[in-house]
Design a protein. Structure first.
Length: 301
């Protein structure tokens, strides 16, 4: 497995008795591994674009779930949560209220379970974890970059369609040419750690992280004089309002959003606000999880 660094980050957050099994299985995993899923009372699953495999009791990789599969118990789940929280659950209220962590190399960990009745509600019982690999693919967006440079663009696609991977590469290409600001709310794009980004997002790219997209956009406009702002997963009216404020100031925007076709995009108020504004030039639709990062079509607005 070539992308061993992200896999090792995942393995380092696993229970001790699973670490040896998972490290031993690394050589048998394909390079296109997307997720490692960890279900209490169920299996350890390896998710690829076109198939799912399971961890065997002896560390082997099996094609279907059976008695040969390793069964995850609550002790495994709890030890994994403790490692994610650095053995201080009370210091991770934000992550446990939002249901996800971001760890090394931009790996995102989604957590399911039962929320408390406190305010804010936080996860107190844990059912499963999903470690999603963040992968930088240099040169994967060369053609799209040439077709969209200096346009305001929304990249649209479903889950696991490669939106973030493409956005990261477009950010790098733009950031090597002009003043670019990356709004990296969850630190999935740049994987910022110890003072610098672990992923290459461009030589002139400024990074704003750990704040809402809308707040980050307004801060960038006021203080960093960007020519381009890049942000992932537009999901609220406040995001749309901040983007339109920036567009009105002459800033270009490159963003992503969930939506597999024009009909889906038009049903989401925040995206309809953007497409109806007259500022955006192109919608880019991706093929989907079976072909991550591949462009299906580009629609002019």
């Amino acid at each position: 497995m070539k992308d061993s660094t992200s896999y090792k980050v995942i393995v380092d957050h696993m229970p001790d008795r699973l670490r040896k099994l998972l490290l031993g299985s690394a050589d048998y995993l394909a390079d296109d591994l997307m997720e490692v899923r960890f279900h209490g009372g169920g299996a350890v699953c390896f998710v690829f674009p076109n198939r799912v495999s399971f961890l065997g009791k002896n560390g082997s990789i099996v094609a279907s779930f059976s008695y040969d599969a390793y069964i995850v118990d609550q002790e495994d789940i709890r030890e994994c949560i403790d490692k994610l929280c650095h053995y201080s659950v009370h210091s991770c209220t934000k992550q446990l209220s939002e249901g996800f962590f971001v760890i090394g190399n931009g790996v995102r960990v989604g957590v399911s379970g039962i929320y408390s009745s406190s305010e804010p509600p936080v996860l107190t019982e844990f059912c499963s974890l999903n470690f999603r690999i963040s992968r930088q693919v240099i040169n994967c967006a060369d053609r799209l970059f040439s077709e969209t440079f200096d346009w305001n663009v929304i990249i649209c696609g479903g889950v696991n369609s490669g939106k973030t991977t493409l956005l990261r590469e477009l950010c790098r290409l733009n950031g090597n040419l002009r003043k670019t600001v990356l709004i990296d709310e969850r630190n999935e794009i740049a994987a910022f750690c110890s003072g610098y980004p672990r992923n290459d997002v461009g030589a002139m790219t400024d990074i704003i992280g750990n704040c809402s997209r809308s707040k980050g956009i307004m801060s960038a406009i006021r203080t960093l004089s960007p020519e381009l702002i890049v942000c992932d997963e537009i999901a609220s009216s406040s995001d749309a309002e901040a983007i339109i404020s920036g567009l009105a100031c002459g800033v270009r925007f490159l963003v992503t959003a969930h939506g597999e076709n024009e009909k889906e995009v038009s049903k989401r108020p925040e995206l309809k606000t953007l497409t109806d504004s007259g500022f955006f030039h192109k919608l880019v639709f991706l093929r989907g999880a079976s072909a991550p990062g591949e462009v299906s079509r580009i629609v002019r607005l």
